[in-house]
Design a protein around this ligand. Sequence first.
Ligand SMILES: [Cu+2]
Length: 346
Amino acid sequence: MFEVAIGLGVFLVLVILLVLFRVQSLLDVARGSDKKIESTSNRVNGALLLLFMIVGIVAFFWYSIAEVDRYTLPNASIHGALTDQMFWITTIITGIVFILANVALFYFAFRYQYKESNKALFYPDNHKLEIAWTVIPAIVLTLLVGYGLKVWTQITDEPPQEAEVIEILGYQFAWKVRYPGKDGVLGGYDYRLIDPINEFGVDFSDKASFDDFVPREIHVPKGKPVHLKIRARDVLHSVYLPHFRVKMDAVPGMPTRFWFVPTKSTEDMRQETGNPEFNYEVACTEICGRGHFSMRLIMVVDEPADYEAWKNSQEPWLNQNPSYLSKVPENLQDVAVVTAGINSKN
Ligand SMILES: [Cu+2]
């Protein structure tokens, strides 16, 4: 509160000074003063703009080089290499244009500042120049967009048949994942079946749901395609796996998907980064409310054999919540009991 008051005070003083200055200038005009317009302020401003440019460019390069680790994470997926390549090509081309345009902007402000001895050159148009600065950017942008479109269609192509299917559900404020179990098929769902325990709204009249399991962590196999089926329960969320260059919105009522192939296990990454605590994580990149920051889920990338072992050690959700057997139709009860392994527990 105190800082705000000080800020307001400084602002008010500045406004008053500005008003006083304007009043003085208008008085001069009214008195018919013949003071020359030219003053030192043009030279000072021209030099300051040049200084601003130099400081800006130095800071830009210094930050970009010194902090490169902060904005480039090691890549751990096949399509991530394509994404990275595209990112760098785009960054380098637009970066060169950015620097050239800004050097010209600030240099012109300095070089062509107002001087009484200078007379402005009347230069209405130049067809060659206009054609050049229309056609060249058009071609460069078309190539960049075309290249991006090609990579995008490759990345968002149909997932392969053998892909591991995992459902990921975003809600305020966490992620939940569901695996299809031994049959490899996720059970159907309906939002009207959602209750405090059946958070996915799984439809237990569907046989495929009996062996589905809902673990606390998300595990995926290294070197195999993983097909994420993405849903949201309340508001927009967004699945973000930075090391795999995966980002896809989770939209209520409109399932989305993303598939990718992890190339480095959690263990590989711990060695590569020299950080024994390293973990992949799923984050939410849609500001979805107060608890947005807590939408973090650890993702473990296993060697394929470890992944299979982990999958086999998981208990079906129905086994952990046997009261939901009552939602299973009469004629399928026996199948559900066997598939979910309920008898073996009781
Ligand atoms: Cu979210």
